[in-house]
Design a protein around this ligand. Structure first.
Ligand code: F6P
Length: 323
């Protein structure tokens, strides 16, 4: 391998820039050429590609978003689109690819690598933390801290008005942000997709006598078709328990922004450096993860669509501490 292409794809996540910096610098350190590919897989199709030197990634470790821009590229989902992408890679002399993104982006990398025999390395970049084989994903810790800041503020007004708030957080179909956001903010409950089929989480929360000694209540709801979202629960409370004064806040895309936390910067730096080690070792079609503080290589097929489990101990901690 002589030249590595880097791209960010799917939803942006704080720490993606730290990862771009790490991949670039580690590649150059090891004598490889680096090319930045703009707008995710779209840049491979349109040829929006630029050679990156060390100074191209100066002063970006602290920035949220991604300097390479990102997109969810429909054309790359077709064999014709991937053929053009491959032709661009050949033309540009890119002979290995580092893809920073979530589930969909790594699925694209897996298919592409199978079709064209290119070493593709994935870095888990998503606030959702839903990739299997890594303790956390790049962006998750920062998003969690953003959630805490917002919930702390909402708590002030919730307490003053003695209201019940349903706060919806992102996560796609995973409840990591909701559950850990609830524990860390001292919320009264979390409604997460992982528990939705087992119990009626709203019923459980109300029955627990949530208002015994409290003058406000915060319930964090994970967005997802499975939970139905915060609005759904607020409507239910309005109909079934009209005595409660209910409000809803959907935190939305503010969860994706902001300067990455120390945790995310270090994670991104380690994963980025490890992606180049992996390429030099001849690894292909793996996501780099960190498990128990050790760098691990996780085959794409294991990392994606594998329903990373929620730790039930966390569910119990929340329940125990919110009495
Ligand atoms: O995967 C990251 C994520 O922020 C999810 O939590 C959310 O469901 C989705 O992306 C939102 O996507 P978009 O920015 O395209 O609306």
């Amino acid at each position: 391998v002589k030249c590595v292409g880097i791209l960010t794809s799917g939803g942006d996540a704080p720490g993606m820039n730290a990862a771009i910096r790490a991949v670039t610098r580690a590649a150059i350190y090891n004598g490889l050429q680096v090319k930045g590919i703009y707008r995710g897989y779209k840049g491979l199709i349109t040829g929006e590609i630029q050679e990156f030197k060390s100074q191209n990634v100066s002063n970006i470790i602290q920035l949220g978003g991604t300097i390479l821009k990102t997109a969810r590229c429909k054309e790359f989902l077709t064999p014709e689109g991937r053929k053009v992408a491959h032709e661009t890679m050949v033309k540009e002399g890119i002979d290995a690819l580092v893809v920073i993104g979530g589930d969909g982006s790594l699925t694209g990398a897996r298919i592409f690598a199978q079709e064209y025999d290119i070493p593709c390395i994935g870095l888990p970049g998503t606030i959702d933390n839903d990739l299997f084989g890594t303790d956390t994903t790049i962006g998750y810790d920062t998003a969690l801290n953003t959630i805490l800041e917002a919930v702390d503020k909402i708590r002030d007004t919730a307490t003053s008005h003695e209201r019940l708030f349903f706060i919806e957080v992102m996560g796609r179909d995973a409840g990591f942000l909701a559950l850990n956001g609830a524990i860390a903010s001292g919320a009264e409950a979390a409604i997460i997709p992982e528990c939705s089929t087992e119990v009626d989480q709203l019923e459980e929360f109300i029955k627990s006598g949530y208002r015994k000694s409290k003058n406000s209540s915060i319930v964090i709801v994970a967005e997802s078709e499975i939970t139905g979202g915060a609005m759904h629960y607020a409507e239910r409370v309005k109909n079934e328990y009209p005595q409660y004064d209910v409000r809803v806040t959907i935190l939305g895309h503010l969860q994706r922004g902001g300067s990455p936390s120390a945790h995310d910067r270090i994670l991104a730096s380690r994963l980025g450096a490890a992606s180049i080690d992996a390429i030099l070792e001849g690894q292909r079609n793996v996501m780099i993860g960190i498990e128990n503080d050790q760098v691990v290589y996780v085959p794409f097929t294991k990392a994606i669509k594998n329903d990373k489990p929620i730790n039930k101990e966390l569910v119990n901690v929340l329940r125990t501490l919110s009495i």
